[in-house]
Design a protein around this ligand. Sequence first.
Ligand code: SF4
Length: 478
Amino acid sequence: MVLVIDSHPYRYEAEALCRMFLRGRELKIFEGADIPEEDFIYTGIFGDEISVRIKMDGKDLSAKAETSEVKAAKMEYLLYEILSEITGLEPKWGTLTGIRPVKLALSMMDNGLSAEDVRRKFREERLVSEEKLDLLMSTAEHERAIRSLSKPESVSMYISIPFCPSRCSYCSFTSHAIEKAAKLIPQYVDLLCEELRGTAVLMEELGLRLETVYMGGGTPTVLTPEQMDRVLSTARNSFDFSGVRELTVEAGRPDTITPEKLEVMKKNGVDRISINPQTMDDGVLELIGRKHTAKDVVDAFYMARSFGFDNINMDLISGLPGDDFDKFRKTIDSVLELEPENITLHTLTVKRSANLAGDAQKMLSRSVDEMNEHAFRCFDEAGYYPYYLYRQKGTVEALENTGFCKPGKEGIYNVFIMDETHSILATGAGGVTKLKDPHGSKIERIFNFKFPYEYIDRFDLMNERKEQVKDFYERYPL
Ligand code: SF4
């Protein structure tokens, strides 16, 4: 299939919209006016006139529209209508392809639209389904309450531990299986502590206030108890923690959680952890390369409870290879039985870098939408509500990832990062510091080196880049 972009700059928007319908079919992109012989999707904009023609699967349909308003949105609308007619598919998020639909809704409300106006606009102009509108607006209401906690001087911090006990087949993060990378960890921890101390000095100089801290990965609990203690106590001793609302550690894989590590976390004031099953079906766990069982998840969960952890998140994924509706239903039941405070439901993302074996690819679930609907219903009945959501490129059926919580147990960092409420100062390999104008919407990024060996080898150079934080706050003062 060829996508033709004729005389307009909306290549990204056209491609994202088409991919929602093409479901993995190859898509080549040509810029220009030539229409190929083979199946194609043509998009052209000349002045106020938008033209779309699609030849696909033996059908040849076209449409034109005139608009003096946002042309990309109108082009997406025409593409959606025709692709829907040809394929019979109706993606529930309509023509919305961005990562942060809630942020979009909130900014429309900030600009004076009522919640009802936003619903109407999304329904009529972006073809969003009623089901997703309900999810979107309910999430927006809870996100809005959390983001109001932030002040101009607020920032949050991310601490990256990019190592895992083994690599999961669906993973596309930059994380390194411990067997190969273990020898790097001691030096990595030394430098991470140095970066934390430097970041604390910088924050103090700039008068910034730390709101939330998130230690993620990878799997931070691959560190030994002593290494975890060093990182966490360095953070606590370097920064002013008096105003910190939340300190999360993504314990992640249950096979890495031990009483000693839970004790270290408790001692250092960690008040929120994640224990992520992804699925509670042992066959699926094996197929996706997780080297633990569902029982390990339950044991780790109760062990954490016995150490007094009363805010636990559990990540699940719908659409995993080998999963089906029945197994998924049992996963939801087992997780709800544990009564975690947060449950985050991800839709599987099939990215090129993920190592999903051929057989597993073929087994990808076909009923992910049904699974998500079922989960949402069960969470609602069990007293959870959605408090943040985001979309990723390439999720099965173009669906979303949603965080649910019991009342008052929102993962605050998650909202700040998804809403882009304030600056996130990232430390460690792969960390991306995202600087946000305290009084506007300007955002700039500073990238740490991605791989641990680069982080170690080029630490000084990377540290120098942090000077850009000062420069940013001089240009965008508190
Ligand atoms: S534990 Fe998480 S980060 Fe690590 S390999 Fe698995 S999915 Fe990727």
